[in-house]
Design a protein around this ligand. Structure first.
Ligand code: F6P
Length: 363
């Protein structure tokens, strides 16, 4: 059977374990040898005990757990060709020519580069006498399937990334808790949520917590936002509301592209309205804890589909990313999705918010 390895890379997210489990079990079911690569690309570069064969029971009791049991890291060595050469050697040692990479766009881009270079890396290893001609021939093609694990939901091509739903559950628990105490004291709360340059978590958090105002990077507020914010808060209070909730994405900016922080917002509220105001920064709580049912199912489906894609891959098959389209698991060209995700970032960098939003919406 084929040699498949699965690894998680970049920031962790809930549901990654479900995906790892599905890759291992689907792989074994189809007669493959399945390996874990621990600590992401770093484990691939370091080899040794970081690359171990998995069996059916090594993924028992992990679907419930947050994070990733095989570890994740941001790896500098893999950015260098020398590092990638070492990684290639460690894979060939074990006969691994199929990779399931679970991570964000950076991790998926790294995998694509690795695949493009694969032939050169093998030639270099052959020239160094590290591998034989026979090994060179047997392992000549590297196939890749990507899964997007991130709480940010910032990847083009998939409706939901693995972890987003669980992060929203964490956020909702927190906003519900905050609302009850805010109500008692007639306070205003500013809640900062994660998402990097994506406002998805903030937007859904605002909708589900009945927030009065939300700051997201994709729809930057005009420079006179303090007036608009104060007017809205006053309007709600005079309609009888005892509290105000403001959600701010960590990547919030104004139309000039300047960051807006929770502290900036607090200052506006306190200086203009003299409201009793507190800030809650949710931080990594959002990325921890058990995965939701949705993320367990999503991770499982995506993991199984990734193995099927690798089984069907031929010499010239382009790497794919397994995406959710409506309720379907679909395979999309990895690099097109990465390119589009980068185009969103580019549009935002040049303050073309409309373009960014329309690009992000298209799969
Ligand atoms: O991409 C996931 C994420 O949690 C972002 O929402 C956040 O900006 C970032 O990672 C935090 O990174 P770190 O875990 O390195 O502090």
């Amino acid at each position: 059977g084929k040699g498949i390895a699965v690894f998680t890379s970049g920031g962790d997210s809930q549901g990654m374990n479900a995906a790892v489990r599905a890759v291992v079990r689907m792989g074994i079911y189809l007669g493959c040898k399945v390996y874990f690569i621990k600590e992401g690309y770093q484990g691939m570069v370091d080899g040794g005990d970081n690359i171990v064969e998995a069996n059916w029971s090594s993924v028992s009791c992990i679907i419930h757990k947050g994070g990733t049991i095989i570890g994740s890291a941001r790896c500098l060595a893999f950015k260098e060709k020398e590092g990638r050469k070492k990684a290639a050697y460690h894979l060939i040692e074990k006969g691994i020519t199929n990779l399931v990479v679970i991570g964000g766009d950076g991790s998926l881009t790294g995998a694509d580069l690795f695949r493009q270079e694969w032939s050169d890396l093998l030639d270099a290893l052959l020239a160094d006498g590290k591998i034989t001609k026979d090994q060179r021939e047997k392992n000549k093609t590297l196939s890749i399937a990507g899964l997007v694990g991130s709480i940010d939901n910032d990847f083009c091509g998939t409706d939901m990334t693995i972890g987003t739903d669980s992060a929203l559950h964490r956020i909702i628990e927190a906003t519900d808790a905050i609302v009850s105490t805010a109500y008692s004291h007639q306070r205003t709360f500013i809640m900062e949520v994660m998402g990097r340059h994506c406002g998805y978590l903030a937007l859904v958090a605002a909708l589900t917590s009945e927030a009065d105002y939300v700051f997201i990077p994709e729809d930057p507020v005009p420079v006179d936002w303090p007036d608009k914010l104060c007017k809205k808060l006053m309007q709600e209070r005079s309609a009888g509301q005892r509290l105000n909730i403001i959600i701010i994405a960590e990547g919030a900016i104004d139309r000039e592209g300047r960051p807006i922080t929770a502290e900036d917002v607090k200052k506006v509220v306190v200086d203009n309205l003299n409201q009793d105001t507190r800030i809650t920064v949710l931080g990594h709580v959002q990325r921890g804890g058990n995965p939701s049912a949705f993320d367990r199912v999503l991770g499982s489906r995506m993991g199984a589909e990734a193995v099927m894609a690798l089984m069907e891959a031929e010499e010239h098959t382009e790497p794919c990313v397994i995406s959710l389209d409506g309720n379907q698991a679909v395979r999309l060209p990895l690099m097109e999705c990465v390119k589009q995700t980068k185009a969103v970032a580019q549009a935002m960098a040049v303050k073309d918010w409309d373009k960014a939003v329309s690009l992000r919406g298209k799969s």
